[in-house]
Design a binder for this molecule. Sequence first.
Ligand code: HEM
Length: 403
Amino acid sequence: MYLQRVKNESVWQSLKILFMGSLLIFLINIYFGFDNSLTAGEIERWQVLIHLHGGSIGWITLSAIGIMIWLVSGDRNVDTNYERRVRTLVWAAVLIFAGYVPSFGLAFSRPSGFLVALLPIFGSGAVIVLWVSAIFAFSQFKHQPVVTSVHFLAAGALLTAAIGATVGMLLGLERVIGQFLPLPAGDRVGAHAGMMDTYLFLVASGVVEWATRKEATRWSWAGLLQALFWMVGAALVPIAFFLNMVEQILPIFMLMLLVGLLFFLIRFAWRALANFSLSPGTKSWTFFGTLWLIIYMGLFLYGISLFMSGGGFEDVSWFAAVFAHSGFVGMMTNLIMGVIASRAQDGREVLPWGESASFWLINLGMLTFFVLKISSDIRLGAIVMGLGVLLGVFTMFRRLQAS
Ligand code: HEM
């Protein structure tokens, strides 16, 4: 495992602040997750959106920035200027993302009035943070002792997220000044959502490779192609929507997703799966994250083919919930917990049982959630998963404090 301590103390502390921030913002998602579980009938849109973005922006994207900073800083000797830039980026990301998440709840629960403007205001801040992070990541390549495939995946992920988030921010702006984007009337959000759903593969497979490799090795063509297939594939989504060529372009997108997956399966997924360990630690989180990545990809391809066949999702009312949680909780939450477990190593004496109890509760809880949802359209199983996530957040937060 070459996911090791960052040499520079100040950067190491900045990462602690970033991960504590992302665990705290995740609480917004978890709170509304419990509320969703106990809600009968349709959940209001504002509630779905604050729940979704608490997880996808506050928890996952903020952590993806932390993963990149960790990776490009690594074993290097860096100067005070670098330390300051990292600290500024971390604080800006934490504060802006913490403001952006509640904006979804406020703007969508009160569709008129000044609160709607919060979306493009915080959205622009978030977009700037993501572009700065992506540029920072690529600009650090020349200082790396070894540029690995993980660097391409992590930096490529942030570039993809920056483009996708720009489209999202423009959709938020439309709510204030009216529609101006040339998007098809039916599904305008797809141009943003499809790209953001795909960027997760880059972060996730980067973490799996990072946690599975024994040491940093120079990038390979296979690794680069894996990153490129998923990056270009993700960029095809908004292009398809803007050119109104969804039917022509989405099959190419699906093919690119599959080819990227094939590279990942052959290169690292099998190693991560063979590495399963019952003891708490990054290995077991990575095992579960890899398993869910494959399931999420299967659901993704199934969802796109349903969308393209025009059949709609009426017969599979469970699909959105199972798809979202396989990717965001199954794949991403397992993997990010693994990364934070590594950052919080020095505090591992705190709640020694908390980590394994959390990963079993999360993963068995997800199964319970999905079985009940698919068989009887009941949401209550999500409570077990939610308790696992909450325990994981609490354990990691306390360990980070102690580390
Ligand atoms: C990264 C974390 C998470 C993300 C991004 C996320 C995302 C989503 C999304 C997009 C939906 C709407 C699905 C739809 O359109 O029907 C949803 C619904 C829901 N979420 Fe989450 N979620 C996360 C974590 C959680 C957690 C931790 C819990 C439990 C505490 C939870 C419980 C639920 C429930 C019960 C629903 C309603 C499902 C249904 O429609 O039956 N989620 N979530």
